[in-house]
Design a protein around this ligand. Sequence first.
Ligand code: AMP
Ligand code: ZN
Length: 114
Amino acid sequence: MAECLFCQIVEGTISAKKLYEDDHVVAFDDINPQARVHVLVIPKRHVASLEDTQDSDAALLGQLMVVCAKIARERGIVESGYRVVANTGREAGQTVFHLHLHVLGGRSFTWPPG
Ligand code: AMP
Ligand code: ZN
């Protein structure tokens, strides 16, 4: 989607600090980090949110989670712990409507989230 920010990051027309890339998934640093480690893991294909997924997306969703765990290991936040978040829809605070998983770590978090 030409007007989608994260599609433009996938294509390279908007720059981002890419940490991981394979045929289907890209991971890059969040531009406004909310923790010492704050990485976004996204599908290359435009999917607006979890609400836009179906059974045929199960492998892609699994790969996104596997990449989150890989990033956590590489960034050294496994021992201390980390959080993976998919804000979905307005009241959850989703602002970019291209599916993304936040990987957050390097500080302690409260539960329930705000
Ligand atoms: P959400 O609020 O869950 O939709 O998260 C969107 C995230 O995208 C926020 O954490 C933003 O800081 C991040 N973001 C917005 N623009 C960029 C960008 N150009 N590069 C990297 N991250 C971005
Ligand atoms: Zn997109």
